[in-house]
Write a protein that binds this ligand. Structure first.
Ligand code: FE
Ligand code: FE
Ligand code: ZN
Length: 228
């Protein structure tokens, strides 16, 4: 009879799921970069593609460490879920998020509006990752797997950073331009009222500084660290 699932198995499964998620992101990001028109957004996504490749390598280290540590447990060098399901966990959550984003990007819209849609899609992806890495990190902490926890925390911090950067980009520029694009088209691109255009920028900036004071990501990360 197969053994019962324990916390270590859940951790292995979460790590496999994240590994598949990162693979899918590495595959999907180039198209998003191509379809983005804001140079700042292109740059941010390009940076995150590089970071994501490193995250994938980091997960391989985690998997090696888990397999090494658990080798005496099953003697096969394969993870529990790999033995049950024959390997190749595909993260359906990430598959769905990416498909949804691609569908939206393919709709007919102004380039500036598409940028806003791309950010929305990327932030859903980031939040999914933050959830997965947060859970895995908490399991590793509970299991006293110090090195695994450190590796997962490093990536979790990067995902928070990417998410925060996208929020700032959206509030300061992309959402503002997306709204302006619609107005410009209605006014035949003449845009006679420049004073009106400035107010949402100011609003976005003050919103940004307000959220910076609270540093929600950092506070949440700290909080999560003490949770299991
Ligand atoms: Fe990632
Ligand atoms: Fe998943
Ligand atoms: Zn990410």
């Amino acid at each position: 009879m197969e053994q019962m699932l324990n916390l270590r198995h859940l951790l292995q499964h979460e790590v496999e799921d994240l590994s598949s998620a990162e693979d899918q992101i590495i595959e999907a990001l180039p198209q998003m970069i191509e379809m983005a028109s804001s140079p700042e957004l292109k740059k941010a996504l390009n940076e995150h593609l590089k970071v994501t490749r490193e995250q994938k390598k980091r997960l391989e280290k985690v998997q090696q460490s888990l397999t090494r540590g658990g080798a005496e447990e099953n003697g096969t060098g394969k993870s529990f879920f790999e033995r049950i399901f024959g390997g190749g966990t595909k993260c359906k959550g990430m598959e769905g998020l990416i498909k949804e984003g691609q569908k939206m990007m393919g709709e007919d819209m102004d380039a500036q509006v598409r940028d806003a849609a791309i950010i929305a899609s990327c932030q859903k992806i980031e939040h999914y990752e933050i959830s997965g890495y947060g859970t895995a990190r908490a399991y590793a902490n509970q299991l006293n797997l110090v090195e695994v926890e450190r590796l997962l925390q490093t990536t979790l911090n990067e995902e928070y950073k990417a998410d925060d950067l996208l929020t700032i980009l959206a509030l300061q520029k992309v959402n503002v331009d997306a709204e302006g694009g619609k107005k410009n088209r209605k006014a035949g691109n003449s845009n006679p009222d420049n004073s009106k255009k400035k107010s949402p920028v100011k609003k976005a900036v003050s919103k940004k500084t307000a959220s910076k004071k609270k540093a929600p990501a950092k506070a949440a990360a700290k909080k999560a660290k003490t949770r299991s």
